[in-house]
Design a protein around this ligand. Structure first.
Ligand code: NAP
Ligand code: GLV
Length: 309
């Protein structure tokens, strides 16, 4: 019985240390040093190469190293019937909400304009920003979206959210499904994407949806690059309908050196850092799932392969 760690983004030694402290006698193996493939029961993964997981015939759980699982479901040879679990960590929700607040406030309080004024030694008050008259619309009201929505409402913004099923969150006007989508978009002065990437949400921020946003809207994408049609965003900024964007995720990561986003004056680029899995806080639930596997008990934080999240 062994755990195989597959990731070139996460720190294997930190994970080995945190898990060994929680699981007696853990056999931790680091890809590509797998040993006999039939000894691997538990795969702890981030972006495993397509086809790789199909090579382990006794796999009992595929555990994502992140909150998202699109990097697992994009494998066309994913072994059928092996459950997939994700990280659900309040520490990551706090990180994400802090990043969303940072970018909402930078835009709302005109931080870039004041930075430019400082460079030019210009002392000039701009308009009065009124959070209570500014709607932040959050696509996705799951673990991350709901946390960000509550915190933005606490700061005084008008907050709306959109999800697949109906929700009730204090201080947040909730829309759901196809019927609620256009009304949600039409009110969103600042649009924040916190959806999982699935067949239904791929390219959901496109020319058509951007056109529904109010004039001068700001776009924040901290979910997945595949949600955004990048050339449609550039065109919407070019014609002035969208004021700018803060982007943490991209269709191609790392962002290619010649990508127009790098030097765009109205786009802020982050290297996929809005919320990073912390082995110290996430190891408990991974160890718990490992013990559940050994005991034949139901796993925590499973995702639904049919929905893709
Ligand atoms: P979650 O708890 O699964 O919530 C997903 C939300 O999206 C739910 O409210 C769900 O609606 C809604 N949704 C899904 N499909 C939809 C559809 N077709 N139409 C409308 N709403 C839909 O996910 P989470 O934990 O909040 O994480 C969201 C995503 O954030 C992850 O999948 C990952 O890609 C991304 N992420 C990014 C970073 C980063 O650093 N940039 C870090 C962590 C995660 P229901 O509630 O009705 O099901
Ligand atoms: C990060 O992007 C995650 O899915 O946890």
């Amino acid at each position: 019985m062994a755990l195989l760690f597959i990731s070139n983004m996460d720190e294997p030694e930190a994970w080995r240390r945190e898990l060994a402290a929680r699981i007696d006698g853990l056999d931790f193996r680091l890809w590509p040093e797998t040993g006999p493939v039939e000894e691997i029961d538990f795969a702890l993964v981030w972006k495993p190469k397509p086809g790789l997981l199909a090579g382990f015939p006794r796999l009992k759980l595929i555990q994502s190293l992140g909150m998202g699982v699109d990097h697992i479901f994009e494998d066309p040879e994913l072994p059928a019937g092996v459950p997939v679990a994700r990280i659900v960590d309040p520490d990551m929700a706090s990180q994400m909400s802090a990043w969303v607040l940072l970018e909402v406030l930078r835009h709302h309080r005109m931080a870039d304009a004041y930075a430019a004024q400082q460079r030019d030694h210009v002392w000039r008050m701009r308009g009065l920003p009124d959070a209570s008259q500014t709607t932040v619309g959050i696509m996705g009201l799951g673990v991350l979206g709901a946390d960000a929505a509550r915190k933005l409402a606490h700061v005084g913004f008008r907050v709306t959210g959109w999800s697949r099923s109906a929700k009730s969150i204090e201080g947040v006007t909730c829309f759901h499904g196809g019927l609620g989508f256009v009304e949600f978009l039409a009110g969103a002065d600042i649009l924040v994407c916190l959806l999982p990437l699935t067949a239904e949400t791929e390219a959901i921020i496109n020319a058509e949806t951007l056109a529904v946003l109010p004039e001068g809207a700001f776009v924040i994408n901290c979910a997945r690059g595949g949600h955004l049609v990048e050339e449609d965003l550039l065109a919407a900024i070019e014609r002035g309908h969208v004021a700018g964007a803060a982007l943490d995720v991209f269709r191609s990561e790392p962002l290619p050196d010649d990508h127009p986003f790098w030097d765009h004056p109205k786009i802020r680029v982050y290297p996929h850092v809005a919320a990073i899995t912390n082995p110290r806080t996430a190891a408990d639930q991974v160890a718990d799932n490992y013990r559940r596997m050994v005991a034949g008990q139901p796993f925590l934080n499973l995702v639904d392969p049919a929905r893709g999240y």
